[in-house]
Design a protein around this ligand. Structure first.
Ligand SMILES: Cc1ncc(COP(=O)(O)O)c(C=O)c1O
Length: 473
């Protein structure tokens, strides 16, 4: 199991009391293209975002909030979203020419680095044959075989176009298979924007502090029950008061949508046992953790095999994709093999399959997850050390290429703990880091991602920037 910044009494909890044994190189490099003395109050000196601001002002009249996904907005950190021009490796460039080290990675897919040369070359080859067939293509078999051989719970897979679609499909399937309707989800977990999941949801819903969304019919969420993450007795109580009615539990095995929150050591095992004892299905939503924590996802990493799994992000290598899969006897209920209906015009299209195949090929090479673990550990430890040195309450953790930190002493075991974080301080930190050329997700309640393209130099520059910014906020 990979190292993490250990919490009090819990191997993967979030606190700062235990230091990693790994030591950091002492040299601190500098030399960003975007360079200035950070002044969070008086921002923008030679760091300008004029073109970005103009483009975003125009966008606000064209698209709601100027964006096509609310998580891209800067509502919780202040200022306007930065309009990007290009990405390569671990870096991004905005339309004003500013360069950033990127820890968003397109919200997860860019695990081998942005615009990887081999992925681009493979896409160019595939494109010569067309972009969508609306009929079976060989590449679907290739990616399906790769996913099935990698992810322990998946014997059969259905490709869709997004994580949201995957979660919608998997819920319908769990209900069809069990003949039951009730579902348990956890507070602060996000499973896409379909109606039944918009109850105490994470990600943009948490960042914007939204209540359950208007437009979601009461009937759609009536069967959705919630419990705090890492709280086994709350789950037991729900099973006891809904005997024989629960179709499934769905969870992010490591929460990434209310910040980075790992499970307590016995949590996943207990949930697994409770589903078995009660005839319900266990669904791991691995849209974020799949192929990120390890090649076989969180289920391989923790050694717990769920009944059903959702995937997305990485398996599309930067193109729109999602998938759900599980045991054959369950998956054979999906149309046209069985009666549970779910379909998609562009599902399994050759471009998404190609980018996914190339990305997984790279990830399968020896040493990839060890590398992610090493650089991410250095990054998180460096930021926490910098925070401690400058007198801030801060805690954080990581597994492989997924990480997070909160401005609170911790430990953080669930969304309520996460909400204790000083989000105003995070906003100041965020804006200061932007000026230093470091791009984190614009919310305290989102995990961060590293990639195989992040170099030690990137990490050291980020830590140096964090030291500088943390000493000024
Ligand atoms: C765990 C999880 N499930 C589902 C989704 C929804 O995926 P998409 O945004 O592709 O619809 C996300 C998106 O971030 C996610 O993190």
């Amino acid at each position: 199991m990979a190292a993490s910044i250990s919490g009090v009494g819990v191997g993967l909890g979030l606190s700062c009391s235990t230091k990693l044994s790994k030591t950091l190189p002492s040299s601190r490099s500098s030399g960003f293209r975007v360079k200035m003395t950070v002044s969070v109050e008086d921002k923008k000196k030679n760091y300008t975002l004029q073109k970005s601001e103009e483009a975003f002002d125009a966008a606000k009249n064209l698209m709601p909030g100027g964006v096509n996904s609310p998580v891209r907005a800067f509502k919780s950190v202040g200022g306007q979203p930065i309009v990007m021009d290009s990405v390569k490796g671990s870096h991004m460039w905005d339309i004003d020419g500013n360069e950033y080290i990127d820890y968003v990675g397109s919200w997860g897919p860019a695990i081998i680095g942005h615009a990887d040369d081999e992925v681009l070359a493979a896409l160019a080859e595939t494109m010569k044959k067309g972009t969508s067939f609306g009929a079976p293509c060989l590449l679907e078999n290739v990616l399906a075989e790769m996913v099935i051989s990698a992810v322990p719970s998946i014997e059969m897979v259905r490709f869709v176009n997004s994580g949201t679609e995957a979660c919608m499909g998997v819920l319908r399937l769990a209900r069809a298979f069990t003949g039951r309707e009730k579902l348990i989800k956890f507070e602060g977990c996000y499973h896409g924007h379909a109606d039944p999941f918009l109850v105490k949801a994470g990600s943009g819903v948490a960042t914007l502090g939204l209540p359950d969304s208007p437009g979601v019919p009461r009937a759609a969420t009536f069967e959705t029950l919630t419990a705090p993450f890492n709280d086994i007795s709350a789950v037991e109580n729900l099973f006891n008061s809904n005997k024989g009615e629960l179709a499934a539990i769905i969870l992010e095995p490591v929460v990434g949508n209310s910040g980075f929150i790992p499970p307590k050591p016995d949590f996943l095992e207990a949930i697994h046992r409770l589903t078995k004892e009660n005839g319900a299905l266990l669904i791991f939503d691995e849209v974020m953790t799949g192929f990120r924590l390890s090649y076989g996802g969180a289920q391989e990493y923790f050694g717990i095999t769920p009944d059903l799994t959702t995937l997305g992000k990485i398996i599309g290598g930067g193109l729109p994709v999602g998938a759900y899969g599980g045991r054959k006897e369950i998956m054979e209920m999906v149309a046209p093999a069985g009666p549970m209906y779910q379909a998609g015009t562009l599902s399994g299209n050759p471009l998404a399959m190609t980018a996914g195949i190339q990305t997984l090929k790279r990830l399968k090479e020896p040493g990839t997850y060890e590398y992610l673990d090493k650089i991410t550990g250095e990054l998180v430890q460096g930021i926490i050390d910098a925070g401690k040195k400058t007198g801030h309450a801060i805690c954080g953790g990581y597994i492989s290429g997924m990480f997070g930190f909160f401005f609170t002493e911790g430990p953080v075991y669930n969304f309520d703990d996460a909400k204790k974080s000083d989000t105003a301080k995070f906003a100041r930190f965020y804006r200061g880091m932007l000026e230093e050329g470091v791009y984190f997700a614009p919310s305290q309640f989102e995990a961060g991602f590293t990639s195989l393209a992040h170099s030690s130099e990137d990490i050291q520059k980020t830590i140096a920037a964090a030291e500088k910014v943390l000493s000024m906020i």
